[in-house]
Write a protein that binds this ligand. Structure first.
Ligand code: PLP
Length: 423
């Protein structure tokens, strides 16, 4: 594969997929991948490995943000979906449903504190969009405060919160109503809430697209206290950090904070059927009692997805799953510490359980390492809002042998980048 022709050496089938995707679907994205020398078209996938269409195996350290926390096509989840297909379809959202009731009850039981009311939607973006609307209804206020390096989705309201990367492009930014503050800065948060006119603070517990910087110990409890003092709701976006990734079922539990709203998605789908959820206190969910049809979604809480999600939630909360996540996190921490001593390109490691970010040399350090890893049989992606950090997201069920193979490949890739010299 040469820099000059990134399609060189690829099969006709792979070239055709890339060309048709460039023609009809994602032209800008295809150009970027080709420029980076990553002409990946995913074919077969199993466990924590993906294969490109030409059969090259890659360890999947991206997992699409945790969608594949439990691995690709986990056999139990595939079986649950197959069984559900014998009996169910998406269902009719106007009526009560057993599959939806089972999932909502389990979510209420497994989320912290007073969280109780549940709305099921197809995506994390829609979940955050609804969380914003519910918070506005419950408080009678419009303002939303989030991090200037946060990402909450791609719908109108969810994209207006957090880093304004695409909201402006689509003229759907509302700067008077969506205020941002810097990460880990309690003083800035205090100022933003001072006028007591903010409906909700919406935070990723550990901001993913910013490269998983771990907040200082007092930050999240401090934000919660400020919210309580100013009549503001606390929305925990756990789309990437939830479902066991930190070794706790929800990352926010590591800081003993009870949010007013918890949003989950990605891994809840088991990687098989799109589904996300908003779990709220009864006070925040009051609109559900006031107006039965206040929020409707034909595909929200598809019964097929509910069956998969119920099992994904159960698998993610098993004590042995959480114990494995913690043990693997420890093993990887030790391995990465050794690599750090040997490779100056690896400047630091951010970590809370299996939520990890590798801090690398240079503003594009993670883009360079991403490509080097790709050539060494690992797919790991740079953080979109900070390309000096590589997101490092091993699956919850990986074993020590997998991690040792991974660390060896990482060491080779670090050597490759160091031999290339400065960017
Ligand atoms: C933290 C966070 N929240 C929300 C979303 C949006 O989820 P979805 O892509 O399912 O709409 C994402 C997606 O990457 C995310 O990382």
């Amino acid at each position: 594969m040469s820099e000059a022709d990134p399609l060189e050496g690829l099969s006709a089938r792979t070239r055709s997929v890339i060309e048709r995707s460039r023609e009809y679907l994602i032209p800008g994205r295809v150009e970027t991948w080709l420029k980076l020398g990553i002409p990946l078209v995913i074919g077969r996938r199993e466990g924590y490995a993906i294969f490109d269409l030409d059969g090259h195996r890659l360890l999947d350290l991206h997992l699409n943000g945790g969608t594949y926390n439990l691995g690709h096509r986990h056999p139990e989840l595939v079986a649950v979906l197959r069984d559900a297909l014998d009996e169910l379809d998406v269902g009719n959202h106007h009526f009560p449903s057993e599959a939806r009731a089972d999932l909502a009850e389990a979510l209420a039981a497994k989320t912290p504190g007073e969280l109780h009311d549940c709305v099921l939607v197809p995506s994390g973006s829609e979940a955050n969009d609804l969380a914003i609307r519910a918070a506005r209804h419950a408080t009678g206020r419009r303002k939303i405060v989030s991090l200037d390096a946060g990402y909450h989705g791609a719908t109108g309201l969810s994209s207006a919160a957090g880093k304004d990367s695409n909201a402006k492009l689509f003229r759907s930014d509302y700067p008077a109503e969506f205020v941002t503050v810097p990460f880990d800065d309690l003083g800035a948060m205090e100022k933003a809430l001072a006028d007591r006119d903010v409906a909700a603070v919406m935070l990723e517990t550990i901001p993913a697209t910013y490269g998983f910087p771990v907040p200082s110990d007092g930050y999240l409890p401090g934000v919660k206290a400020l919210c309580e003092a100013s009549g503001t709701l606390f929305v925990a976006d756990e789309v990437q950090t939830g479902l066991g990734r930190t070794g706790h079922l929800w990352a926010i539990e590591a800081w003993n904070v009870e949010p007013d709203v918890l949003v989950t998605g990605k891994g809840l789908s088991g990687g098989l059927y799109p589904i996300s959820a908003v779990v709220m206190t009864r006070a925040v969910g009051s609109f559900l009692r006031e107006q039965g049809w206040a929020y409707v979604s034909t595909f929200g809480g598809s019964e097929l997805g509910c069956r998969v999600a119920l099992r994904a939630l159960e698998l993610s909360s098993r004590p042995e799953t959480l114990a494995n996540a913690r043990a693997i996190a420890k093993h990887l921490a030790a391995g990465l510490a050794t690599l750090r001593e040997r490779h100056p390109f690896l400047r630091g490691v951010r970590q809370k359980g299996l939520v990890m970010g590798l801090e690398l040399e240079g503003a594009l350090g993670a883009v360079r390492l991403s490509r080097a890893l790709y050539r060494r049989g690992v797919w790991a992606m740079f953080a979109g809002f900070d390309t000096s950090v590589l997101q490092w997201k091993p699956g919850l069920l990986v074993d020590v042998a997998y991690c040792d193979d991974l660390l060896e490949r990482l060491e080779s890739a670090l050597g490759d980048v160091e031999r290339e010299g400065p960017a």
